[in-house]
Design a protein around this ligand. Structure first.
Ligand code: NAD
Length: 699
């Protein structure tokens, strides 16, 4: 039985215990009904206490069940379990700890009273999954804490600790043992009549109609395009305008519609895909080596950002830089970042002091010898990296993990400069490293499984989303972005402008268009890469315009000119006044008649380029799952979550239809037509009517 009852002097204590997070799955719902029925049938029962064993009261719906028929089959939460609770002739006290989320919070809201440990996290996170509450959350929460606070919670999906919950949600915070506190509370309220029921509370419509209208306006403009926003507002309005049973039915109908809608799928897919990235076949998380102290080599942009991320997770950090001024600049960057957070009220002085104290600048390799992990973040030059790794090899204690933050160099070659290549791994952070959530973990040929497990554990500890990649040029993310950027630039040569391309892709959902993004990163970075690749392969095809821009020193924001012009103090970039002449000259040199290009062609060429390159990466085994590629793009490249990621988008667009378009692109003689031969993996999946986002590499 998932729910066990203990009877203590007339109190029925119902303990939910599924060994996990007490999700309101079919077995849990059945078990709750049986336990509640038994309490209702007991003439000596004075009150019921509903409590969760393990880590949580209840984390709500189980997403895997949600994708099956069982989710909505009887006994259902909203109209069976919760109705039974509300119809009990004795009070029901929910005793909360850990978390009470979604269906878990809705379960608590149907109870007569709620007591909680101060740190219980409460929330209605359904919105972030492309859904909405479906078991009375939009009906009872406004009655508990008011329309404004309830809408804020349901529309943001944010979690709040019970201690900070608005009055009306929690009746008592329990300091000591939760069950004992709940028992004492239940004894105090057992005979109070009428039994409080949130559905009996009436909301004054006049007070809130303005707020509802305002919320609708904001929701319509929300760039996340969460499909639950407007239905949540409508359902909250129903809690005011309709009788409770009708409001509940209205909410459930909208919930069901959303659940079956195309719009909600990418959000649920992304949620599950994110949780899958850390599971790597053959790698046992329990083998992770302990990491207490980390050294960083290089205190520049990346080194100092990584130091911030580590220190904030309670890890002791030592930074070493060959240049004493650079070291001081790196340390000041850490301090200034935390000082700014203190002045904005986002960080306490005590925490800031703790973070500052945990980052130490050092001058020699001997001082870092006992660190458990080293992250190298020096300049992107193989010879320098090799020197650093042979120094590390000479001093670091046995078992230390040696990581490189290289964004493009061969991790196997770096590893070969040590006598312990099995301890070497790539930890590719994204800039700014303390903010960006993606961590690409690059598994070298010889990287040991427990080194990979250590890297995955570190990612989790510092709040990053890991994606494991193999050693190939650009790994997953940057290899794909190269193909995407190449298309964006070929489009310029054919007649588009940077702002047209950027706007088309931003309107489609990308956080930043390719040219704005390139100006932020610096156009010189890929230029260096192109020069190296061209040296190795003189036949390499790349857009002429990219080199023309770099030869003029237009490296982007850092030089004031790039694809745009950056005027100090101006919020938006202006057009680079000299660029059109350069673009026209390039088109003429390539004998191209500049033409009007549609936004659709821009989007399809750039996004399908990501997909075709992603298919190659999968086929070559450099990514383990199609969904890992999507997660890299959602967390590292500003790909819109409402499209699920490039692979998920390809599936929803239809592989057959996409391949047909690729063939049309291949007929355009400009811009590397061979690239548009659909990768055989893509073609095969299309022929067999399978999805690339579900594709897994067999190990
Ligand atoms: P940076 O130029 O800002 O910093 C490099 C630092 O390394 C400098 O402070 C320099 O003094 C120091 N350094 C150079 N040689 C050294 C040596 N032998 N020993 C110790 N210190 C040395 O560079 P960055 O942007 O922080 O990039 C560092 C690494 O991270 C590069 O491999 C880069 O490709 C990678 N990376 C950069 C970004 C980015 O957006 N900047 C993103 C991902 C990865």
């Amino acid at each position: 039985m998932t729910v066990k009852t203990e009877i203590r002097d007339g109190l029925h204590i119902l303990a939910m215990n599924d060994g996990k997070l007490n999700c309101v799955t079919m077995p849990m719902r059945r078990s709750l009904v049986l336990a509640l029925d038994a309490a209702a049938a007991d003439p000596l029962c004075k009150a019921v206490i509903l409590i969760g064993k393990g880590r949580a009261f209840s984390a709500g719906a189980d997403l895997n069940e949600m994708n099956s028929e069982k989710a909505l089959s009887s006994p259902r939460l909203h109209d069976t379990v919760l109705s039974i609770i509300e119809d009990m002739s004795v009070p029901v006290v929910a005793a909360l700890h850990g978390s009470a989320l979604g269906g878990g919070l809705e379960l608590a809201l149907a109870c007569s009273y709620r007591v909680a440990k101060a740190d219980t996290m409460l929330g209605l996170p359904e919105v972030a999954l492309g859904l909405m509450p479906g078991a009375g959350g939009t009906q009872r929460l406004p009655r508990a804490i008011g329309v404004e606070a309830a809408l804020n919670m349901a529309l943001s999906g944010k979690l709040i600790p019970a201690a900070k919950a608005k009055e009306g949600l929690i009746d008592r915070i329990i300091d000591g043992d939760l069950l004992e506190g709940a028992v004492a509370f239940a004894r105090e309220i057992a005979s109070i009549r009428p039994i409080p029921r949130l559905n009996d509370v009436k909301i004054d419509r006049n007070m809130v109609s303005g707020f509802l209208q305002f919320s609708r306006g904001v929701a319509k403009m929300d760039p996340r395009r969460l499909p639950g926003l407007i239905p949540i507002i409508d359902a909250v309005e129903a809690s005011i305008t309709m009788a409770p049973a009708d409001g509940g039915a209205f909410e459930f109908k909208s919930f069901k519609k959303l659940m079956n809608s195309d719009e909600s799928q990418p959000f649920r897919y992304a949620f599950l895909a994110e949780r899958a990235t850390a599971s790597i076949s053959g790698v046992d998380p329990k083998t992770a080596r302990p990491v207490l102290k980390v050294a960083i080599i290089g205190a520049g942009t990346m080194g100092s950002g990584i130091a911030i991320a580590l220190a904030q997770a309670g890890i002791e950090v030592q930074i070493l830089d060959l240049n004493p001024d650079a070291l001081q600049r790196g340390l000041s960057h850490c301090r200034n970042t935390w000082d700014r957070s203190v002045s904005k009220g986002k960080l306490t002085q005590a925490k800031r002091d703790r973070f500052v104290a945990s980052v130490e600048g050092v001058e020699s390799y001997d001082q870092i010898a006992d660190c458990d992990l080293v992250i190298e973040a020096v300049v992107e030059q193989m010879s320098v990296k090799k020197d650093v790794f042979s120094s590390l090899d000479a001093v670091m204690k046995k078992g230390a993990v040696l990581a490189t933050n290289t964004s493009s160099l061969n991790v196997d070659e770096i590893a070969a400069s040590t006598m312990r290549p099995e301890d070497v791994v790539g930890l590719h952070f994204f800039s700014p490293a303390n903010i960006m959530q993606l961590l690409e973990i690059v598994r070298g040929k010889e990287t040991a499984d427990d080194v990979l497990a250590t890297s995955l554990a570190l990612a989790k500890r510092i709040g990053k989303v890991p994606v494991v990649a193999g050693v190939c040029d650009g790994f997953i993310g940057n290899r794909m972005i190269d193909s995407y950027l190449a298309q964006a630039m070929y489009l310029l040569e054919e007649g588009a402008t940077p702002s047209q391309v950027d706007l088309a892709l931003e309107k489609w959902g990308m956080a930043m268009g390719p040219f704005r993004m390139s100006d932020v990163v610096g156009n010189d970075v890929p230029w260096d890469g192109r020069k190296h690749r061209r040296a190795a392969n003189p036949e390499l095809k790349s857009p002429v315009i990219a080199d023309e821009v770099c030869e003029r020193g237009w490296f982007g924001q850092k030089t004031g000119l790039g694809w745009y012009k950056y005027v100090p103090g101006a919020r938006k970039p202006a057009p680079n006044p000299e660029l059109s002449a350069v673009m026209e000259a390039v088109s003429a040199k390539l004998s191209l008649h500049r033409r009007r290009i549609s936004d659709e062609e821009i989007v399809h060429r750039c996004i399908f380029a990501l997909v075709n390159e992603g298919a190659a990466i999968l086929a070559e085994g450099y990514a383990q799952r199609g969904s890992d590629i999507d997660i890299a793009y959602l967390f590292g490249y500003g790909f819109p979550r409402f499209r699920g990621g490039p692979m998920f988008f390809a599936d929803s667009f239809g592989l057959f239809r996409m391949i047909r378009e690729m063939k049309k692109f291949a007929a355009n003689p400009h811009g590397n037509p061979e690239f548009w031969t659909p990768h055989p993996l893509l073609q095969g999946l299309s022929d067999s009517e399978n999805d690339i986002s579900k594709h897994k590499v067999q190990s």
